[in-house]
Design a binder for this molecule. Structure first.
Ligand SMILES: [Zn+2]
Length: 187
């Protein structure tokens, strides 16, 4: 199974994706305080010689693990990577609106690095190679090109959605509830 388990803290803040093996360890160590999601996944452990049966753990899609505080981590700006950037922009060039495979896309700095722009979520958009080359080191107004969306920094919940391509329905519903309303429907 390739599903990842969404680990949250006891305050209900999403902390990250963990492989099921790590979730099983949390169950075994009695660190799971509560769980969410109806769809459980059963993972088998070793064979118990006394009872002559295999042990198993039913893992919920979302597990609240005690001892995980992470407020500061939750508030941290998610790392900027092309994979998540292209996904934020739905694999579409924000200048000409062409949708392309990731290998044909680039990270464009709206305010070019050479003009003092930063390499941050709010200054980068997905661009096809030709638009990126056409814009080059010019400002938007100098290039005469039009930017079709304002770049934004995803919050931690949005970033977790961007990170994982195999999100279960319960996990998606939980994360979407923590995304800004205006972007919820686009994720
Ligand atoms: Zn383009």
């Amino acid at each position: 199974m390739t599903e990842l388990i969404l680990r949250i803290n006891v305050s209900g803040q999403p902390m990250g994706w963990i492989p099921w093996q790590a979730a099983v360890l949390h169950y075994a160590r009695d660190q799971v305080v509560w769980t969410l999601g109806d769809e459980t996944m059963r993972y088998y452990g070793g064979f118990n010689r006394i009872h002559k049966q295999r042990s198993y753990v039913d893992v919920h899609p979302i597990v609240a693990v005690k001892g995980v505080v992470g407020r500061s981590r939750y508030e941290t700006v998610p790392p900027l990577t092309n994979r998540e950037l292209f996904r934020r922009d739905r694999h579409t060039c924000m200048y000409c609106l062409t949708s392309l495979a990731d290998r044909h896309l680039t990270r464009d700095h709206v305010l070019p690095l050479s003009r003092g722009g930063d390499d941050v979520w709010t200054n980068v958009v997905t661009a096809c190679r030709s638009c990126n080359q056409r814009k080059a080191a010019r400002l938007l107004k100098e290039s005469g090109m039009r930017l079709h969306a304002v770049p934004y920094t995803p919050n931690y919940a949005e970033w977790l959605i961007l990170r994982n391509r195999n999100i279960l329905a319960d996990q998606m519903a939980f994360l979407k509830a923590q995304c800004p309303k205006e972007r919820r429907d686009y994720l």
